[in-house]
Design a protein. Structure first.
Length: 403
């Protein structure tokens, strides 16, 4: 498949930026290797759920918090109790305990919800922290004597750090190799841009350009309805039902890949063409509660687009700022800065009662966002490091980058 990137931490130097990138490759395991991988998926999932239940029960009954270090010390005794865990790479089991600890730390710091139990259905994964290599288009990992066929569409850059093997609901296997890479900032530009996100057009730029909304999910809905009807008629537990489920999962995966590919290409172009990017701070979670617009908002991928602009601006030495969430960018005139008291969502243009200027709603909002963003104060070096650390902890998923 494509290239996947995960932003973890950025150290800004004078000339270079040291970042962590994850390069994602398609795997083609044989039957024996699939059994081996399934054992690792199940073992890591079991350890994660076991200690999650233990920590939750301990806190309910004894008001005692079991730390991740204590859980890691219990692993040897857990292996004696469940001997089949010895077939699993010990470091992968340790990483499952560390992942649970990170989930709790994120919950305590209010960066996420309470950890949930991992399910057998859905995406599966386990992490290999070391002792892996790629030779002759094959991936070698601990406990597995034969190499897994891999499709190296490009070689990893920098220093390899960790390996994550995953299985999507569509039945496809992937290997994600996280590497420490040095990135040189892009040449400085004189241009700056304000962006207004919308549903009629995905993005309206202060330069006057309007980026059309691709509507990938809407284009796939007709086929999805047909596949879901076909799936509903199959007997539960049958092979035909599994075939139907795979067809549905593959279409959803294709739609997701199309959306992410579009967002990566657009964000990379905006970062390359502009020195500073200004955006509004949207409450996407709150907006999704609108039952009339929830599907269109979810399909647009605004949150992912903002995330990509955030870490790519740090990578390539660009300025990225978001104006306050409740600033009336759509109702303020970009010429005289008069704010009209009310503006319906259906009104796509309006006339300023103060100066008489006729405004396109989205274009005027993008210009106002740029003007407000330019007036925001610069962050101090300490605030930059703090905001970078908070931003890095919110990254939880591997996503495909443009080819």
């Amino acid at each position: 498949m494509g290239l996947s990137l995960v932003y973890t931490m950025v150290i800004i130097n004078i000339k270079m930026a040291i970042v962590f990138k994850t390069f994602k490759y398609r795997l083609y395991p044989n039957k024996e290797q699939k059994v081996f991988l399934e054992k690792h998926f199940g073992g890591c999932r079991f350890v994660y759920n076991y200690f999650l239940a233990l920590r939750s029960e301990k806190y309910k009954t004894e008001k005692k918090n079991v730390s991740g270090f204590e859980c890691e010390r219990m692993l040897p005794s857990l292996k004696k109790e469940f001997s089949w865990l010895k077939e699993i790479n010990s470091q992968s089991l340790q990483q499952a305990v560390l992942n649970l600890e990170r989930a709790f730390q994120g919950f305590f710091k209010k960066l996420g919800g309470y950890p949930c139990f991992k399910k057998k259905k859905g995406r599966q994964s386990f992490l290999v922290p070391q002792h892996f290599r790629i030779e002759n288009n094959k991936l070698f990992i601990p406990k597995l004597k034969s190499g897994i066929k891999i499709k190296p569409h490009r070689f990893p850059e920098g220093t390899p750090k960790t390996l994550t093997i995953s299985k999507e609901p569509s039945g496809k296997y992937y290997a994600s190799i996280t590497c420490e890479v040095e990135i040189e900032p892009l040449p400085k530009r004189d241009s700056e841009v304000g962006i207004d996100l919308g549903l009629e057009h995905f993005a309206t730029l202060s330069t006057g350009e309007k980026v059309d909304y691709p509507r990938f999910l809407l284009k796939s809905e007709r086929k999805l309805r047909s596949l879901h009807r076909w799936l509903s008629r199959k007997k539960k537990g049958s092979h035909n039902r599994e075939k139907a489920r795979l067809r549905v999962a593959r279409l959803y995966e294709k739609t997701r890949n199309q959306r992410v590919d579009f967002l990566h290409k657009l964000s990379k172009r905006l970062i390359s063409e502009n020195q500073a990017i200004y955006l509004e701070d949207l409450n996407v979670k709150g907006m999704v509660r609108n039952r009339h617009l929830s599907k269109a908002i979810s399909d647009s991928g605004w949150g992912e687009f903002v995330r990509q602009l955030g870490y790519k601006s740090l990578w390539y030495g660009r300025t990225f700022r978001q104006i306050p969430r409740f600033y009336p960018s759509s109702k303020e005139c970009s010429i005289c800065h008069f704010v009209i008291p009310r503006l319906e969502l259906s009104q796509r243009s309006w006339v300023c009662p103060n100066c008489g200027t006729v405004h396109d709603r989205d274009l005027n909002a993008s210009v106002v966002i740029k003007q407000v963003g330019q007036g925001l104060p610069e962050l101090t070096p300490v605030e930059k490091r703090a905001s970078t650390s908070v931003f890095s902890m919110r990254q939880v998923a591997s996503l495909k980058q443009e080819a």
